[in-house]
Ligand binder design. Sequence first.
Ligand code: ZN
Length: 346
Amino acid sequence: MAVKFRDYYEVLGVARNASEADIKKAFRKLARQHHPDVAKNKREAEERFKEINEAYEVLSDPAKRKKYDQLGANWKAGADFRPPPGWESFTGSPFAGAGGRGGGFEFQFGGTGFSDFFEQLFGSMGRGGGVRGRGGFGEEDQAERGRDIEGDILVTLEEAMGGSVRTVAVQHAIGCSQCGGTGRRGRGPCPHCGGTGQMAKTQQYQVKIPAGVTEGQRLRVAGRGEAGAGGGAAGDLYLHVRLAKHPEFEVDGHDLIHELELAPWEAVLGTQVRVPTLGEEVSIKIPPGTPAGQRLRVRGRGLRDRDGKRGDLFVVTRIEVPTRVSDRERDAWEQIARESKFNPRE
Ligand SMILES: [Zn+2]
């Protein structure tokens, strides 16, 4: 089961040398279009949204983008991906060489919102997953606790607000029933498992995402890791919460930040505008003389914390300038230029 290469630039429709601003713009446009809450075909939109989110997660983070770019430009989307030699993140798979049998077993997750490609390059997979309660030398028969499995789960801001239940598929390595996990049949390798001693078994679990989860929080699903040996307990499944990027909001703890574009005359004269929230839009007042970068607080419209209390929404103003103006508009601006005593550099 090879991991398929993902072309994140293609997903966002940007060039490989696109600027951070271009990437953000492309993401916002696509995410608005495919956000599961607004799209007509929910299932299709959800798949696209996950792809877009994953691409943006990588390309908007300079360290991740650099790492991704190091793979080179010759990979085609969907091609079987093999990690280049020396990539440390690939050596820690919970299954690589499990039990010292050298089985090249690949780890797969379903329903978490991230592709296996992402998990291998940037995910939590294989970073933890330590073996606990392991016996020392000469104690092979002692009960051994199963390995923990770690992975990421993509949670939308809406889910973080309201909580949800997700189905996650985990592929477990189980001992081959034909050779008892030895990998040998008679004098040759076991044909059933190809000599690895291991077989894959996919199991689905319902995972509860509690309301109020935050970025990086670890959800523990007890006993859903790898099976123990010699009567040892099963390991646990740990899912690291990764909040989905939202086209309208950035997350700061339990507060949300929304960038609001204003026309210069709106900033000068003041206005009333509607801004999005995770629920209904709200109308806010922009006072006359509002500068760029002003933070306006909309109380109680942020994310929920574990006790159900909501953070705030901060609307941060930005002033957009028309790049093209009609003759009449230019006349009006020229009149302002003549009339105004304002000097921004004084
Ligand atoms: Zn076998």
